[in-house]
Ligand binder design. Structure first.
Ligand code: TYM
Length: 333
């Protein structure tokens, strides 16, 4: 039986951080054997923030090296750069004809971005979910492993796929679903600044490529409070966030130890932070070393990108031909 198809991507807008890793990349790695996987670098999406050519190039190279260093295997998965597969922008154009201003304007990520960069509310931001839908359905994906922050974009992709099928009375597209292992909830990794999610532009992230000294500094500066004054009290958000990170990188014994100290009011946040920093370093250090090695090998990186693009385009061209046929293009020839 054919394996289910998977698509996911990351924008090359900076180093990958723990949110990208635990929200997305870790699942990519685990899925490689049992699914037909397509993992790409969303360089076209990143144009909404107007990177310079140099920043765009170095960002793409960095994410490619990071994908490989984390363990995405080009022998098992198709790894490619979005702009190397131009079929996706053609499908995006077709889907745009059935995407409505009202629904696009209501998308949370659009509203957030419009607030963050009022001087640059471009049409690409508005139609961001349409391009994302094209990324997913061009490979007829069944599953999309992403973090919680992408839930709404994925919901839009499902809507656009259904709408296309309905409109053209076809079943060209399977309806993609979010993916987590064992039916777990989609993940949101918090930042170190007390509230919200870890993000590249929020200045609250720890990168996979971060050196140990910097990790220690960032973790030691993380927001906490004055400490619990009553036994078994509820943790405020900032403290809960540190525990969330601890649960991800530390052993269950370590988590239980600090939980107990919190509950009997003897906790010293300095100790918790020291432990958290060391456990993050243990996790990321081997990846950082591999990233450095791979970044030196331009030839290998170019080969992975070229071969990935070839494989990705094969699948994209097939879908696009079907799409054009149902739309009515080519019908006179
Ligand atoms: P991007 O580049 O913002 O993030 C890449 C992936 O990392 C996840 N992520 C997080 N997960 C948990 N906690 C966090 N704090 C956190 N921060 C980031 C994101 O959920 C995502 O999975 N629109 C996408 C890129 C994209 C895409 C696609 C994804 C373009 N086309 C098609 C899937 C399928 C984005 O901006 O991701």
């Amino acid at each position: 039986m054919d394996k289910p198809i998977v698509v996911s991507g990351i924008r090359p807008t900076g180093y990958l951080h723990l949110g990208n890793y635990f929200g997305a990349v870790r699942n990519f790695i685990r899925m490689q054997d049992d699914f037909t996987c397509n993992f790409f670098i969303a360089d076209i999406h990143s144009l909404t923030t107007h990177p310079t050519p140099e920043n765009l190039q170095s960002g793409v190279k960095q994410v490619l090296a990071e994908y490989l260093a984390c363990g995405i295997d080009p022998e098992k998965s198709t790894i490619y750069i979005q702009s190397d597969m131009p079929e996706v922008t053609e499908l995006y154009t077709f889907l745009n004809m059935n995407a409505y201003l009202g629904e696009l304007e209501r998308t949370t990520s659009f509203k957030d971005k419009a607030r963050q960069q009022p001087e640059n509310v471009n049409a690409g931001l508005l139609t961001y979910p349409v391009l994302m839908a094209a990324d997913i359905i061009i490979h007829k994906a069944n599953f999309v492993p992403v973090g919680k922050d992408q839930e709404q974009n994925l919901e839009m992709a499902r809507k656009f796929a259904k709408r296309f099928n309905r409109m053209y009375k076809s079943d060209v597209f399977p309806i993609p679903r979010p993916f987590t292992f064992d039916g777990a909830d989609m993940i949101k990794i918090p930042g170190l600044d007390g509230s919200g999610k870890m993000g590249k532009s929020e200045g609250n992230a720890i990168n996979l490529y971060e050196d140990p000294k910097s990790i220690r500094k960032k973790v030691m500066r993380a927001v906490t409070d004055a400490g619990p004054t009553e036994p078994n009290s509820q943790k405020p958000e900032a403290v809960e966030n540190l525990f969330t990170l601890l649960k991800i990188v530390s052993t269950p014994d370590t988590v239980a130890h600090f939980d107990e100290q919190y509950n009997n009011c003897s906790i010293r946040y300095g100790d918790l932070k020291k432990q958290l920093a060391e456990d993050i370093i243990n996790y990321t250090e081997p990846i950082r070393v591999r990233i450095d090695d791979i970044l030196k090998d331009d030839k290998y990186l170019a080969k992975v990108a070229r071969e990935g693009a070839e494989k990705a385009r094969e699948s994209a061209v097939k879908t696009l031909n079907e799409v054009k046929k149902v739309i009515g293009f080519n019908s006179l020839f």
